[in-house]
Design a protein. Structure first.
Length: 289
């Protein structure tokens, strides 16, 4: 046999031994550490499900006791995250025998980098406590912040969930909410409906004012106090603009808003009151040569 054939056979034997050794190591790991890994993952998955069920039962219990849902949902979210993190640490340390002290040392040595990376999350976490403490809004309030507005569905540990009028879900960081400006449309029991109606210059302004006042006062959802106001707001370039200001209960705001718009159009048509619209007069001048 030549030297090349002998070298080839030795290489093949070495590869076979390596594959056998690798297979043996994999099987040994699978029967020892691999089983623990699978069991640990199953325990974590089952534990997460149990924690979620306990959180739901906590919410149900709080609803039956008429507790403050803003506080309840925040506490539920905080406890949910805390229990899940604790469960993972227990499995990793006690069952998988991970060196958590070594992990803590690594985290401590990389504290600056981690702090910068988690700066936004920590700000949101602190913002959640500020919202819970100052109570600028609560569950169910309709708020506007920046370009988003909707009903507050949940105040979580890191994010506040809004539901828009067209049933979209918006997640807003608590840090931005606690440090930024927002409008709470639900904090007061009453709101004022402000509307502007334009009529032509040829219309009798006393008649227009009387018709508008009659429409507002005949609406059963409009409050008598503060008293509704109707008046000439502006003499525009092509119209007389009247303002209507009516106080209503907050829950009736949009009902009254749309009802007044509809009733004014109907009454204006019945009373012969003209509503101006943009128009242009074109004058053609003929030049005779």
């Amino acid at each position: 046999m030549t030297n090349e054939v002998i070298n080839s056979l030795e290489t093949m034997n070495l590869r076979n031994m390596t594959i056998e050794k690798l297979t043996e190591n994999i099987l040994e790991w699978a029967f020892s550490s691999g089983t623990k890994l699978v069991i640990g993952i199953l325990v974590i998955v089952i534990g997460f499900k149990i924690i979620n069920k306990l959180s739901k039962r906590f919410i149900s219990f709080a609803e039956k006791r008429n507790m403050d849902m803003t506080l309840v949902r925040f506490v539920k979210s905080f406890i949910n995250y805390s229990l899940k993190i604790l469960l993972v640490l227990i499995i990793a340390g006690s069952y998988w025998h991970f060196e958590l002290s070594g992990l803590a040392a690594i985290v401590a040595s990389a504290g600056v980098a981690i702090g910068l990376a988690l700066q936004g999350s920590l700000s949101n976490f602190a913002g959640g406590f500020i919202i819970l403490l100052l109570r600028p809004f609560k569950i169910g309030d309709y708020i506007q912040t920046g370009q988003f507005e909707g009903a507050v569905e949940q105040i979580g540990v890191f994010y506040t969930t809004l539901t828009t009028v067209d049933n979209k879900v918006v997640l807003i960081p608590n840090g931005a909410l606690s440090n930024g400006s927002l409008i709470n449309f639900s904090s007061k029991e009453t709101r004022r409906v402000d509307l502007i109606f334009s009529v032509g210059y040829e219309c009798d302004i006393l008649k227009v004012r009387r018709v508008l006042k009659d429409i507002v006062e005949s609406n059963k959802l409009v409050l008598n106090y503060p008293e509704p106001f109707v008046g000439l707001l502006e003499q525009g370039s092509s119209s007389l603009n009247f303002t209507v200001r009516a106080w209503v209960n907050t829950l009736d705001y949009w009902t009254v808003y749309f009802d007044l718009l509809e009733q004014v159009k109907i009454r204006f048509d019945e009373e012969g009151i003209s509503i101006p619209y943009p128009q242009m007069d074109l004058h053609v001048k003929q030049i005779v040569k």
